[in-house]
Write a protein that binds this ligand. Structure first.
Ligand code: E4P
Length: 220
C-alpha cells in the first residue's frame, strides 16, 4: 500500500518525505486555503514546490475548481502542465466523469474525489480514473462504516478487473491506516499525525530503554 500525505503544508510534506516512505501528496481547495494559498499564480507555484519536495515519480493531486466539462478540461490541462507528478483531481459529478473520460483519452492522470458509494466507484473506473478517493472519515462521521465501502469497492474492482487504484481518503487515525491496508486499499492518504501515530507502542519504548540501560551497565 502506498502512503500519501493529505496536506498542502510544506513542513509536513518535507517531514513525511524525510521518513523515506512517502509515495505522494493529495491536496484539496480547503487544504490550500488553510495554508493561506490563493490566486492562480500562487496556487500553481505551491503545487510546483510540492512536486519538487517529493521528487520524481511521486504523484501530487491538484484539484480543479470548475464544475463544468469545458472549465474542468481547461483547468486540468493547466495543472498537468505544472509538473509531471501532477494528477488532476476531479469531483464525482456528471461533468466530472465526462472530464475524466476525456483526460483518460489524452493521457492525463486523474483522481476522482468525493466518493461515498460503490456505484460512484464503478462510474469512475469506467471513465478510466487513475485513482478513486472514497472519504472514510466523513462516512464514519455520519455514523456509517467508511471502511466497509473500501471492502465493497475492492471486491467489485477485483471481480471486474478494473485498474483504478483505490485511494482511501479522509483518514483520521493510525487505526484507519491499518484497516485500509486490510480492506485492500492501494493507497492511503492521511495527515502526517496519522502516519506518525503508527510508530507508537509502549513496549517499544520500554524495550529500547532497557537495551540502552543494559549496554551502559556492561560498557560503563
Ligand atoms: C482527499 O483527498 C481529501 O483531501 C481528504 O482526504 C479529505 O479529508 P477530510 O475529510 O479530513 O477533510
Amino acid at each position: 500500500m502506498q502512503f500519501f500525505v493529505d496536506t498542502a503544508n510544506l513542513d509536513h510534506i518535507r517531514e513525511a518525505a524525510e521518513l523515506g516512505i512517502l509515495d505522494g501528496v493529495t491536496t484539496n481547495p480547503s487544504l490550500m486555503a488553510k495554508e493561506g494559498i490563493s490566486g492562480e499564480k500562487n496556487i500553481m507555484k505551491h503545487y510546483r514546490t510540492i512536486c519538487e519536495i517529493v521528487g520524481k515519480d511521486k504523484d501530487v493531486s491538484a484539484e480543479v475548481i470548475s464544475t463544468d466539462f469545458k472549465g474542468m478540461v481547461a483547468e486540468g490541462k493547466k495543472l498537468a502542465e505544472i509538473h509531471e507528478n501532477i494528477v488532476v483531481k476531479v469531483p464525482m459529478i456528471r461533468e466530472g466523469i465526462k472530464a475524466i473520460s476525456h483526460f483518460t483519452e489524452i493521457g492525463i492522470r486523474t483522481n476522482c474525489t468525493l466518493i461515498f458509494s460503490a456505484g460512484q466507484a464503478i462510474l469512475a473506473a469506467k471513465a478510466g480514473a487513475t485513482y478513486l478517493s472514497p472519504f472514510i472519515g466523513r462516512i464514519d462521521d455520519t455514523n456509517w462504516d467508511g471502511m466497509a465501502l473500501i471492502k465493497e469497492i475492492f471486491k467489485i474492482y477485483t471481480t471486474q478487473g478494473y485498474e483504478t487504484a483505490i485511494l482511501a481518503a479522509s483518514i483520521r487515525s493510525p487505526l484507519h491506516i491499518v484497516q485500509a491496508a486490510k480492506a485492500g486499499a492501494d493507497v492511503v492518504t492521511c495527515p502526517l499525525s496519522a502516519i506518525l501515530g503508527l510508530f507508537n507502542h509502549p513496549l517499544t519504548d520500554i524495550g529500547l530503554e532497557k537495551f540502552l540501560a543494559d549496554y551502559k551497565k556492561a560498557n560503563g
